[in-house]
Unconditional design. Structure first.
Length: 368
């Protein structure tokens, strides 16, 4: 049986894993989000869900990237023999080009060589794959949904590579007996008669597929208010993420979620959903922080951002204060800061260069 004839488990029949399914859907709507890394122990339906998701995309290819693949197999190659004999560069497409328009799936991505992870992340972010050999270069489209799965017990991805995945979802087996019973019931029904089981869920899968298609059409028309951009910037600064990638990913994910909801204007709900998917694998945290602190911390900072930027003015939600001694900058609460706010901003600016704790916004502590 060829891969195209494999009877895939229906996406709509996957029990639980709502966050994982949403992350996959949003990345399908906007591939520039940069892919999804799924972290979880074995036996949590990671591969089943990804394969089921690929079935929603119609005839789009599902390309598996094996751990032992060479760089030429992944990015493609130029046949230099053809160049020497005919003067033409013959391009041999790799797995990245073959995944164009579909899903590139990497199981156990944490065990893949770092330089290959870099190559597939570059292609996922740019939508193209480029190769160069002996002064001859070639570029091909590679617009795909990148999905990597991993079991953290077998080793983590380097933080630099983990950060380059747009979204991250942790999956665990449910502790609810009713949920576990329903999983078993559906799996046994699928194994007993796959065609009948798929037919039972075909309507819901078709509805989801059509909704993804409509969201793609809506996406270019979604409005992005300045206030929302300001909230995202404040959130990422307060949550202490490195670089600007988190800001971009949250913005793109919020836009995709807005389109998925059939709307053309982003709301706080869209930002919250995007932050929940884009920040957990980027936020700096202490080794002994309890996992349940993540959601609470996120909710607190989101509320801070909403409060701080609730009343924006024509010149923007905050004024930038520059320390004359250090040259560092900080934000004050208003466009025309009072003397106290100016001193507060200067104190924060100095803290940014000394590593001490300063203040941000309404006197909230901010560690640079």
């Amino acid at each position: 049986m060829s891969p195209s004839q494999v009877v895939r488990y229906p996406f709509s029949a996957v029990v639980g894993q709502d966050e994982l399914r949403l992350a996959l859907i949003l990345t399908a709507i906007s591939p520039r989000i940069g892919g999804v890394v799924i972290r979880g122990e074995k036996g949590t339906a990671k591969t089943t869900t990804v394969r089921a998701f690929a079935g929603l995309l119609g005839d789009a290819p599902l390309v598996n990237l094996p751990l032992g693949a060479t760089e030429d197999r992944v990015v493609g190659s130029l046949k230099m023999e053809t160049v020497l004999t005919t003067g033409r560069a013959e391009y041999q497409p790799g797995l990245l080009a073959q995944a164009d328009g579909g899903v590139l799936y990497v199981d156990e991505v944490n065990l893949l060589a770092d330089h290959l992870v870099d190559a597939l992340l570059d292609a996922a972010a740019s939508g193209r794959v480029s190769i160069e050999r002996d002064g001859i270069s070639h570029s091909s489209p590679a617009n795909f949904v990148l999905v990597g799965t991993m079991n953290p017990e077998e080793g983590e991805l380097r933080p630099q590579l983990l950060d380059r995945f747009g979204l991250s979802v942790d999956v665990v087996a449910s502790n609810n007996p009713d949920t576990r019973v329903e999983i078993i019931r559906r799996r046994l029904a699928y194994e007993a008669n796959p065609e009948q089981f798929i037919e039972r869920w075909a309507g819901q899968d078709a509805e989801t597929s059509e909704r993804i298609h409509r969201a793609k059409e809506i996406l270019p028309d979604v409005e992005l208010p300045e206030e929302i951009l300001a909230q995202i910037a404040w959130l990422c600064a307060r949550i202490e993420v490195d670089g600007m990638r988190a800001d971009l990913v949250i913005t793109r994910t919020a836009l995709a979620h807005t389109a998925w909801q059939g709307r053309t204007r982003i709301t706080d709900e869209d930002v919250e959903v995007a932050a929940r998917l884009a920040l957990p694998h980027r936020r700096r945290r202490n080794p002994f922080d309890a996992p349940e602190m993540e959601e609470r911390k996120l909710q607190e900072v989101l509320q801070e951002a909403r409060n701080f930027y609730k009343d924006t003015t024509k010149q923007g939600p905050a004024a930038e204060i520059t320390d004359e001694d250090t040259g560092a900058t900080a934000l004050a609460d208003t466009d025309t800061p009072t003397d106290d706010q100016g001193l507060q901003g200067t104190a924060q600016a100095k803290a940014q260069t000394t590593g001490k704790v300063g203040t941000a916004g309404h006197g909230d502590t901010f560690r640079s």
